[in-house]
Design a protein. Sequence first.
Length: 446
Amino acid sequence: MPSVCVFGAQWGDEGKGKIIDRMARDAEVVVRYQGGANAGHTVVVGGEKYVLHLVPSGILHPGKINAIGAGVALDPLALLGEIEGLEQRGVVIGASNLRVAANAHVIFEHHKRIDQAGERWRGVGRIGTTGRGIGPCYADKASRTGLRVADLLDPVRCRERLRAALAEKNALLTQVHGEQALDLEQSLERYSTLGKRLQSYVGDVGAELRGLWRAGRKILFEGAQGAMLDLDHGTYPFVTSSNTGANGISSGAGVPPRAIERVLGIAKAYCTRVGEGPFPSEELGPIGEKIRSQGNEYGATTGRPRRCGWLDLVALRYALDLNGADGWIMTNLDVLSGFDTVKVGVAYRAGNSRWTEFSSEMPSLEQVQVEWQEFPGWREPIDHLRRFEDLPQAARDYVEWVERASEVPIVMLSIGPDRDQVIPRAGHGLFASQPGPVVAPGRALV
Ligand code: IMP
């Protein structure tokens, strides 16, 4: 396996955790490079469920190096809680298999408070964030007022920078949001203690990763959230605060762009979104309800019910194109069993205009209508099947049509939460050991 980026090709929650876990078997290093504990990567191993928020999914495989890069917004409380929870379940974690970038920015209590108070302040204009302090932490990073992991380990610097930060944040919390101020000494005590507990994992992760890459080690870059939530290229302002795809790797991990040899998108056979923001193919009635209940579509991090709808081909093609995907994996195909008709959104319309390609020149996505393509559904459960040929004809037709229309090969289907509930697709060699393009991109199939 060459170095691979796995990214979400929708609005997050595409089932990346399970795929990354599978691919981690062949990788030597697994890297989180953006986002933070807003992510929830669910992995089911032998019927046991693990939800990973910050720790890279390679941790469930002994002998892998798991790295958290500089681009991650790191909540030390969340990370230590996760490490403890995993250790209690027998996962061995130490400085040799978990590395934390000294230059990753730290999420403090004040970031979480400001995230939540800011959402209340915005009222109907809220983003629907996870409330984990992600946006305020990245905002401080860009303002050059944040503290990094290394700062937690330097008492003098930590006091100096936290005092300056809290002076401003407390003014915001008390005077704008009417909240209690946070106490400097308490925050210092709390975060220095957390820093000491993290110390053994902390290092120059960028340099370590570049060394591993030069030595030819197989690296898996684990994207969080999804392309449509990308800060620059997603449905702004209803996005997260980082670059969620292959575009975030170089800066977020501290490796050269050419360290990414292959790019693999993950997308569900339908679509979901949590939080506010446009979702053209959303189904608000019984169809959406049925997808939610069959797919158990509730957030892994916040437990919020996810908004559900049919596959949005315009958005998917954009996400695959934006990230230069060599292939993609269609997840949750099993959830579509039991529908009379399955639909795909193939174009957006507004007035006399029609778009089959996503464009920043389109009107706001709230204003577009979706043009649908309909397919006969299939009734039988498929989660026990392991070969493409065994799927009902209607399911095969659906997958093959979507693959052609996406213009990128579907290299695998996922048909249930367990590690082994997958159907590899013959002829698509994304997991081959030789780097290079998997198949010719072939962009004119439909
Ligand atoms: P934030 O990342 O908490 O600031 O939230 C910004 C937007 O991204 C909100 O709509 C969240 O629901 C969404 N979001 C953040 N993380 C995830 C995720 O892991 N899956 C799905 N949506 C997410």
